[in-house]
Design a binder for this molecule. Structure first.
Ligand code: FES
Ligand SMILES: [Fe+2]
Length: 349
């Protein structure tokens, strides 16, 4: 495999949920190796700046948001515009002295708040100005307040986390538990896949009869699982007019750390009633994935060769192809051509 450990750039990364950013507060996030302060001004507007003061490298996230719409560095009080990062004030300058603030700026990252989801755009070019030529993905269900959120930090490069998340063959081993499915119930699966915007989807289907979890929902649920770059997996379950959106974002922190956030949205009454159980179940799944990644990380230190087989690992292959094509299409300033072709994949699980 020997894929180079890179990050997807010129793309929107999930930065958190609306409820995690309160007015007048700032939070440090490292996304794809970039130190970022994500904050919400007193007026409620979200912003994202490089979290390193250009003066002498204090983190702006340790400073404060002022009423005039600027962020004040905690070290010497330099101020930067929330939206453009322009330096507007250097307190140490005496009257009559030349003010060097014009032209000093801290990198500003484009941000979006859409429903409950907050996104930050990471451009490859650190000098990128203006607005990106694409918008973050959106789901109507994510306009409603989430039922719960779970988050885990994994000690691996984002690629391992993504391919682990999209890996159908590990479920009946790593996630073997009585309330989901038992080891004895493995059988052949054949699922139709199709290309989707910057990713692919397992075409809408009725979930396999050996998934006890789905039976609880009642009715005939239709499930669609989709993946898109840079690392968002969604599972949408529709029962009649009601639905569930299980949203998982895998976000690189740096080369060896990844944050995985799983958010559950639904307008189904049964989901609200069963929330404690669903939350517990999702948490068990997430921690099982986290535990194997911890074990895997020890082995990966030896830089072993890895294998991807057909069809069970096909989605991992697609992920690498998508990443490559995304970087290539951006570098060549042309439209992205989705390398995924509609197909049926078969595996046992
Ligand atoms: S380090 Fe930020 S003002 Fe000096
Ligand atoms: Fe898993």
């Amino acid at each position: 495999m020997a894929a180079k450990l890179t990050f997807v750039e010129d793309t929107w990364y999930f930065a958190g949920l609306k409820s995690e950013f309160k007015n007048g507060q700032m939070t440090h996030k490292t996304i794809a190796g970039q130190p970022i302060v994500v904050g919400r001004g007193q007026g409620g507007k979200i912003f994202a700046l490089r979290d390193i003061c250009p003066h002498r490298a204090a983190p702006l996230s340790a400073g404060q948001i002022l009423d005039d719409g600027t962020v004040e560095c905690p070290y010497h009080g330099w101020r930067f515009g929330q939206d453009d990062g322009d330096c507007t004030h250097i307190p140490a300058i005496c009257s009559g002295q030349k003010d060097p603030s014009a032209g000093i700026k801290v990198r500003a990252f484009p941000v979006r708040e859409d429903g409950q989801l907050i996104w930050v755009y990471i451009a490859k070019d650190a000098k990128f100005k203006g607005e990106p030529d694409c918008e973050p993905p959106r789901w109507d269900m994510a306009d409603k307040k989430q039922i719960f959120v779970d988050r885990l930090r994994l000690n691996c490069h984002v690629d391992h986390a993504v391919i682990g998340l999209m890996d159908p063959a590990h479920v009946s081993f790593l996630h073997r538990q009585w309330w989901w499915r038992t080891g004895g119930s493995m059988h052949d699966k054949a699922k139709k896949f199709e290309p989707r915007e910057r990713g692919w989807a397992m075409a809408a289907h009725t979930p396999s009869s050996n998934s006890l979890g789905y039976k609880i929902l009642g009715g005939k649920p239709i499930t669609e699982i989709a993946f898109r770059l840079p690392g968002v997996r969604t599972e949408e379950i529709t029962v009649g007019k009601k639905s569930i959106l299980s949203f998982t974002a895998v976000v690189p922190i740096d080369e060896n750390n990844t944050e995985i956030t799983s958010v559950f949205f639904s307008d189904m009454a049964i989901v609200k009633i069963l929330k404690p159980f669903i939350k517990k179940g999702a948490n068990i799944f997430l921690n099982q994935d986290g535990d194997i990644i911890k074990l895997q990380a020890e082995c990966l230190k030896h830089d072993p060769r890895l294998m991807l087989i057909d069809d069970a690992d096909k989605q991992a292959k697609w992920y690498y192809q998508l990443k490559k094509e995304w970087a290539k299409s951006r570098a060549e300033k042309r439209n992205f051509v989705n390398p995924v072709k509609a197909t049926t994949l078969r595996w046992r699980s």
